[in-house]
Ligand binder design. Structure first.
Ligand code: ADE
Length: 272
């Protein structure tokens, strides 16, 4: 798939896509990341890309003209109609579900705003969807575009070495990820949980699933709605045992809070 990023800071985007999993995927041609700089379509000597907002106010607004030309160039290179996304703090929240949806689009155009945003007429005339990566304001869309490319890129077939690994991560099953351990078996006075050393993969899977539920209950209880009553009941039944054996090294800090949230989830299932 290809991402065409419209940005005043192309190096920032290209550099950000040149490392790690995404860098390898770009190198292997599994994803393409290209940039277009709206400044290249300015016609005045100062290469102006922004101006003061009508009606007054802080910040500058990106001119529709240079962006229109950059969008036209991006679209003309697409073999299928592209998804057009404007990264913006007022957009629809970016989630793993949206990442999975976007991976089905061979062409994605990402528009990065700077200054006080982009002239609204350009966004509407070109039918951009607005997407936010979180409830905070960045100084430009580039970091958000990198986040999106990374999260979507991981879902492109063949990008992660082990095809299953994206399936086990946080959010893939609607839960936060279980904790991980590696060597040495004992570090400081902390032992790796015994069950992980035994080689019983069915038991390990179940243990990890229960811990994922408990961690989720602790940090993001609203995600428990993704679970069946049976799963919640099972995790609740094992709470004391899991908390006692591994509390210090698994991130389970608020056992009574976890119990309360799991019980609340069960009550909601009985009387929605
Ligand atoms: N641009 C500025 N803030 C942003 C945010 N939170 N998400 C996406 N793009 C942005």
């Amino acid at each position: 798939m290809r991402f065409t990023v419209l940005t005043l800071f192309p190096e920032m985007v290209l550099q950000g896509c040149s490392h790690g999993v995404v860098g390898q995927a770009v190198h292997d041609g599994k994803i393409r990341v290209e940039t277009l700089n709206p400044r290249d379509w300015t016609t005045d000597v100062h290469h102006t890309v922004d101006d003061r907002p009508f009606g007054g106010g802080d910040g500058m607004v990106m001119l529709p003209g240079p962006l229109e030309s950059a969008v036209a160039k991006a679209v003309s290179g697409c073999s299928v109609p592209p998804r057009k996304i404007y990264l913006s703090a007022r957009g629809r929240p970016f989630t793993d579900q949206l990442a999975r949806e976007l991976v089905a689009s061979p062409e994605v155009i990402l528009l990065c705003g700077r200054y006080g945003g982009v002239d609204q007429r350009l966004l509407e005339a070109e039918e951009f969807e607005e997407v936010s990566i979180g409830d905070y304001v960045l100084s430009g869309g580039e970091l958000a575009a990198l986040v999106l490319i990374d999260a979507v890129g991981r879902h492109v077939p063949g990008v992660l070495g082990n095809a299953l690994s994206a399936e086990n991560e946080s959010f893939a099953v609607g839960l936060l990820e279980h904790p991980q351990f590696t060597r040495p078996r004992q570090w400081r006075d902390l032992e790796v949980p015994e069950i992980l050393l035994g080689g019983n993969h069915a038991k390990i899977r179940q243990w990890r699933h229960h811990l994922a539920i408990l961690i989720t209950a602790q940090t993001r209880p609203e995600l428990l709605a993704n679970l069946s009553v049976r799963e919640v009941r099972e995790a609740l039944a094992r709470l004391d045992q899991l908390a006692e054996s591994v509390r210090r090294a698994t991130g389970l800090k608020d056992v009574e809070g976890i119990r309360l949230r799991l019980e609340r989830r069960l009550e909601m299932a009985v009387s929605p």
